[in-house]
Design a protein around this ligand. Structure first.
Ligand code: LLP
Length: 412
């Protein structure tokens, strides 16, 4: 949905140079069509099975995006009460929400119970105990899955790999059966599923298939023991292309490779994709402020910093940086750096790229997931606006912050 027509870079039918001029920079821009296409790829590939595509809200929690997905029939995977609040504000259905996360507080569990969510993905026995006590007080029964840690290596960045026993996530798959057994004493809980999430930005889906087989085996054993298991939750994690031309698993074929096993299990399926729905649907627009050279190094100084997009700094993540309007100058080897007072503030390092000059706009691509949500006011910078493109139209779905926003809630 982001492509060149002539020398101009477009999101759907909107030329991004015009948009950047109108809304200013830095600014996030999203293609609604791309979000819908990705969601539908999951939804349609699973259409032969009872299923729910629970979009992982953490990837991009803007109300307009949640609303597009809610209207398309999505469920939601949340990791905080705040995310549930957003889902509800956006018109999402709480009965299609699964609540993940290793550290849910009592207040958050209360809020989720009050809103009648579908299921809790639980990560410890003490969490089960808490949910049971709060459900009893309310006179309801809460559905839960245990998030098992299947001890498979997702082979991704160490900060976003979660499925090994050395990680804080889940309950060791070898102990999970005993925990289900012991959960029978919790009369206000109902063991309805088995879940896992082994990591993010997974480019080789085979570890996900190994995890699936382990989950199915576990669910079968639990059903044989009389637990009312009715769903498998496979988590999210499918990777996307951050490098130009990179080969990545296709959503449909990935799901289809699991369909036979899923069908045979007779269980409903939940998936929790985040990045693969919104990642490639977004870009961060920025403007070149200055060019400078320090010794042998060439710098392109832009107006977006690590407070706007932290992925390059935090994970050394690669994002393509492309000109919003191509020029005919020879390419240059440069660092693209932001205005933040840290050497770690860069969008690209030692990159052979367009020779962008002050005043030119650049697009930092594939920034729709874990972009705006991880942005901050560091250096007292106002957070960027977000713009949603629909065909040849666009609208601001979050206005740029003001100085008043910066100090809201503070007192001297
Ligand atoms: N479900 C659970 C329980 C998760 O923890 C996550 C992501 C997802 C689903 C969605 O995974 P996805 O489909 O997006 O891979 N900030 C990092 C990514 C952190 C992912 C955390 N968990 C980044 O920018 O790469």
């Amino acid at each position: 949905m982001f492509s060149y027509s002539g020398n101009d870079f477009y999101c759907e039918q909107v030329p991004l140079a015009d948009l950047a001029r109108r809304v200013g920079t830095p600014a996030y821009v999203y293609s609604s069509q791309s979000i819908l296409d990705n969601f539908r790829a999951y939804d349609e590939a699973l259409s032969g099975l009872p299923h729910s595509v629970c979009y992982a809200v953490k990837a991009n929690s803007s109300l307009a995006i949640l609303s597009i997905l809610a209207k398309a029939g999505a469920g939601f995977d949340i990791v905080s009460a705040g995310e549930l609040y957003r889902v509800i504000q956006a018109g999402g259905d709480p009965s299609k929400v699964v609540f993940s996360g290793v550290g849910k507080s009592a207040d958050e569990v209360e809020y989720a119970l009050a809103n009648g969510i579908h299921s809790f993905n639980c990560e410890s026995e003490s969490e089960l105990e808490l949910i049971d006590a709060l459900a009893r007080r309310r006179g309801v029964k809460a559905g839960f899955s245990i998030r098992v840690n299947p001890d498979v290596d997702a082979a991704t960045h160490p900060y976003i790999s979660t499925g090994l026993s050395e990680h804080k996530f889940g309950i060791d798959i070898r102990e999970a059966a005993d925990v289900y057994e012991r959960s029978q004493r919790f009369l206000n809980l109902s063991a309805e599923g088995v879940s896992c999430h082994i990591g993010s930005q997974i480019l080789d889906p085979s570890p996900l298939l190994v995890a699936l087989q382990k989950l199915i085996a576990m669910a079968k054993d639990l059903c044989a023991l009389g637990f009312p298991i009715n769903h498998l939750d496979l988590g999210g994690g499918l990777g996307i292309a951050y490098h130009h031309g990179e080969k990545t698993p296709e959503i449909r074929s990935f799901i289809e490779s699991m369909n036979a096993s899923l069908k045979e299990s007779g269980l409903a399926v939940i998936v929790e994709p985040g990045r693969s729905i919104v990642g490639a649907a977004g870009a961060l627009l920025t403007r070149v402020l200055y060019r400078k050279r320090n010794g042998a190094k060439e710098f392109i100084v832009v107006d977006a910093g690590m407070n706007d997009l932290i992925r390059p700094s935090l994970y050394r993540a690669h994002h393509e940086v492309v000109p919003v309007r191509r020029n005919s100058l020879p390419l240059v080897m440069a660092d693209v750096v932001g205005p933040i007072c840290e050497s770690g503030d860069f969008m690209a390092r030692d990159r052979l790229m367009a020779n962008a000059m002050p005043g030119d706009y650049l697009a930092v691509c594939t920034a729709g997931a874990y972009g705006f949500v991880l942005s901050s006011n560091y250096n007292s910078r106002t957070r960027a606006p977000e713009v949603l493109v629909e065909g040849d139209r666009w609208r601001i779905i979050r206005r740029r912050e003001t100085f008043e926003d910066l100090v809201r809630g503070e007192s001297t």
